[in-house]
Design a protein around this ligand. Structure first.
Ligand SMILES: [Zn+2]
Length: 306
């Protein structure tokens, strides 16, 4: 009996040795809804992850076309990382459902809502249903949180923890990836603080309510938004009131992403006596913005006008 046990035990050891290289080579397949989350996943996961973004940084992340190729990516994914707070509500849930992949369904370990790592701003006092009915596309709070370093760090830490749970033998690698990211981030934060210092107190108007976390980080003062409510097209009345407020308060910048109508942003800026700024909001917004660090560099350069 003991011989049999020993034989079985040895067989198990050999089986493990034989399987080990295969397991080590199998990368954790990560799908990320926006390119910034894809980059954070790569920074943390390094060689152990195979990351595919589901959208590009020059697209409006609220409205991504649900292409069949994305269903295929999700079908094969071990993990989907998303912004949450209903940013992707118009396109991600149907794709996840169609993927028929049990690993990434809502509530499963392979479904990572990055917003659970951060302090959510602009949480409405009204029930979400009521907010949606009024046309507000931020019914659970503001989902545009990924640019300030504090939030990027929190998301990176969440990814390292969740990746380690899904792939326990990779835990040391994810910890090392996170440590390297945090070290670089700390150095960049010192650099960014110096670059951003002159922006403090600057009065700004933004097209969509997508710069509030950045405003909080940099000390910008938000005077108003070209959209009267997130997702609602501006009316002539609202625009003229906004221009009046800009003149009265001394607005300096009108910030918009390239996927919003730039002619209206330029018109509001001109009438309100401010400079119009096209600002990238995601990795991949332009070909030169390849990482989270590039993104923040580009945002600060745009705001500084350099
Ligand atoms: Zn939004």
């Amino acid at each position: 009996m003991s011989n049999l046990k020993r034989t079985l035990g040895l067989a198990l050891v050999f089986a493990c040795i034989a399987l080990a290289p295969t397991r080590a080579e199998a990368k954790l397949k990560v799908a990320a809804t926006i390119e910034t989350l894809a980059d954070l996943a790569r920074q943390v996961g390094g060689e152990r992850v195979d990351v595919t973004p589901l959208s590009h940084g020059y697209m409006d992340p609220h409205f991504i076309q649900a292409k069949p190729s994305l269903v295929l990516v999700l079908n094969r994914a071990d993990v989907v990382v998303h912004v949450g707070l209903e940013l992707e509500v118009g396109w991600l849930p149907p794709l996840v459902q169609q993927s028929r992949n049990p690993r990434i369904q809502q509530g499963q370990p392979g479904n990572i809502d990055a917003s659970t790592a951060i302090d959510v701003q602009d949480v409405p006092r009204m029930p979400a249903d009521q907010m949606r009915a009024m046309g507000d596309i931020h019914p659970l709070g503001n989902p545009h949180y990924w640019i300030p370093p504090k939030n990027a760090r929190a998301v990176a830490r969440l990814l390292a923890r969740r990746f380690a749970e899904l792939d326990p033998s990779g835990a040391p690698a994810y910890q090392a990836g996170l440590a390297a990211f945090e070290q670089k981030l700390a150095a960049k934060e010192r650099e960014w603080a110096a670059v951003a210092a002159p922006l403090k107190g600057l009065k700004v108007v933004t097209y969509h309510k997508s710069w509030s976390y950045v405003a909080g980080w940099l000390g910008l003062v938000e005077l108003g938004y070209i959209e009267p409510k997130p997702g609602t097209p501006p009316s002539a009345d609202h625009t003229s009131r906004l221009i009046g407020a800009m003149r009265a308060e001394g607005a300096k910048l009108v910030i918009h992403e390239d996927f919003y109508p730039s002619s209206l942003a330029a018109f509001v800026a001109e009438k309100g006596g401010a400079r119009v700024v096209s600002c990238p909001s995601d990795v991949g917004a332009t070909p030169r913005i390849k990482t989270y660090f590039d993104l923040v560099d580009a945002v600060l350069a745009a705001l500084r006008g350099s």
